[in-house]
Design a protein around this ligand. Structure first.
Ligand code: LLP
Length: 415
């Protein structure tokens, strides 16, 4: 396995000339994903949590090359939907390295996952509602079952990603022991699970600790479990002056809060594995000077990278074409007819000109995955770097693709 590399990879650490050549060769907007950094991030997780069972939350970046790289490091797959289970199987994860975490699962998802489980009976299914157990039962499932608890405590970079404590997720923690007793004879009860939320920083460690403490108590009360999964959520620094999370300190705090338990600690980070392994390249379409500011219109928008519009998320931005230009207060906006289609407002950025290439940092997690075709905009392409090897992982959508589902509507199979 590769070594863990630096604790953080900032936008300035990318090879500027190389990124510019990628934008020239493959067009824009373009996601660039570096597999070597994915491996380094996996390696740091292994080093900080040597005794833990580590899964990767596939939802952060589902690309096949990323999944293969993660699998090769020995990290397993945590999947939130039937499509993610499909992708994990496709990327070579065997059933015993796949966990499916059902959140209000549609019938079609359960049907599909259970058919996969029949072929891969070592797959684990996690449920966050008692009636999902009935729905599994109806489908003949009697395999490895994990109970997701609502631990009553959560954390995250935004209220929209604070999961723990929200009634949508998990079974109220004090009801889990009874349910565990009820299902033990019928299923192979292997674990308990909880997830605080996404983007936990050093400041949120007390919430994380409290969640882990409650989960340790739960694991001891339920007893005879293979693992206690305390979720993912490890944050990465999005701002240049933000320090990286001290993963060793998080690991120490986690072990201490968990206390003695026969169940093995399990974690399932997503963002930490892929965020700084990706950048988004975008070209300047329009530069508009107003009395107050400069508006730089780029060819990526909220349809390409949704996080700023949805969570007011900060992403570092730099003008690769003009590293030495004078910095001016700038609005960086996309081409979508929405006021929220703005990547930065009041940001001090190199004075840009039409055709310049901007790089947006930390785009590897929840970037391409949350892209849409709103405003009938085709989704971007993605290239994957692996050492000196560069290949197109996802082709750019075309305007033809945008109307494909309408043109082929008559072929639709009713659900
Ligand atoms: N486990 C469960 C059950 C989860 O729901 C999630 C994320 C994770 C693990 C991984 O969390 P991570 O380590 O990546 O923080 N779109 C949002 C993030 C949503 C996360 C949803 N669940 C964003 O762009 O910030």
């Amino acid at each position: 396995m590769s070594d863990g590399g630096p604790a953080v990879r900032r936008l300035a650490d990318w090879d500027r000339e190389h990124l510019l050549s990628l934008a020239d060769e493959f067009g824009s907007p373009l996601y660039v994903t570096d597999l070597q950094r994915v491996r380094e991030n996996c390696s740091r997780l292994h080093s900080a949590f040597p005794d833990a069972h580590v899964s990767y939350a596939v939802k952060a970046h589902t690309g096949r090359a990323v999944l293969e790289a993660v699998r090769e490091t020995g990290i397993d797959a945590e999947c939130a939907a039937a499509g993610e289970v499909e992708r994990a199987l496709d990327a070579g994860f065997p059933g015993d390295r796949i966990r499916y975490t059902a959140v209000n699962p549609p019938a079609a998802d359960l049907d599909h996952v259970i058919s996969r489980w029949e072929e891969n009976p070592e797959m684990t299914v996690t449920v966050g509602a008692a009636d999902t157990i009935d729905r599994l039962r109806e489908r003949g499932f009697d395999g490895r079952l994990c109970l997701r608890a609502n631990p009553g405590v959560g954390a995250g970079h935004h209220e929209k990603v604070t999961t723990g404590g929200h009634a949508k997720f998990g079974i109220p923690i004090d009801r889990v022991p009874d349910i565990a007793d009820d299902v033990r004879d019928e299923f192979d009860l292997v674990g308990v699970h909880a997830h605080a939320g996404s983007g936990i920083s050093g400041d949120d460690l007390s919430a994380h600790r409290e969640l882990v403490r409650r989960m340790g108590d739960l694991a001891r009360e339920v007893g005879d479990l293979e693992f206690v999964d305390v979720g993912g959520g490890f944050g990465v620094p999005y701002r240049d002056d933000e320090p990286p999370l001290d993963l060793d300190a998080v690991a120490d705090a986690t072990r201490e809060a968990l206390g003695e338990t026969d169940a093995r600690l399990a974690i399932e980070p997503g963002r930490y594995v892929v965020a700084d392994a990706g950048v988004l390249l975008s070209r300047v379409n329009t530069v508009k000077e107003t009395p107050e500011t400069t508006v730089v219109g780029i060819d990526a928008g909220m349809t390409t990278l949704l996080r700023p519009a949805m969570y007011d998320a900060y992403h570092a931005i730099s003008n690769l074409s003009r590293p030495d230009a004078e910095a001016v207060p700038t609005i960086v906006s996309g081409p979508v007819c929405e006021t929220s289609d703005v990547f930065a407002d009041g940001r001090s950025l190199a004075r840009s000109e039409r055709g310049d290439v901007l790089a947006i940092g930390n785009a590897g997690a929840y970037g391409y995955e949350m892209a849409s075709t709103y405003n009938s905009r085709p989704r971007p392409a993605e290239v994957v770097l692996d050492g000196s090897d560069t290949r197109v992982a996802r082709r750019r959508e075309t305007l033809d693709d945008v109307t494909l589902l309408e043109r082929t509507a008559s072929e639709t199979i009713p659900n």
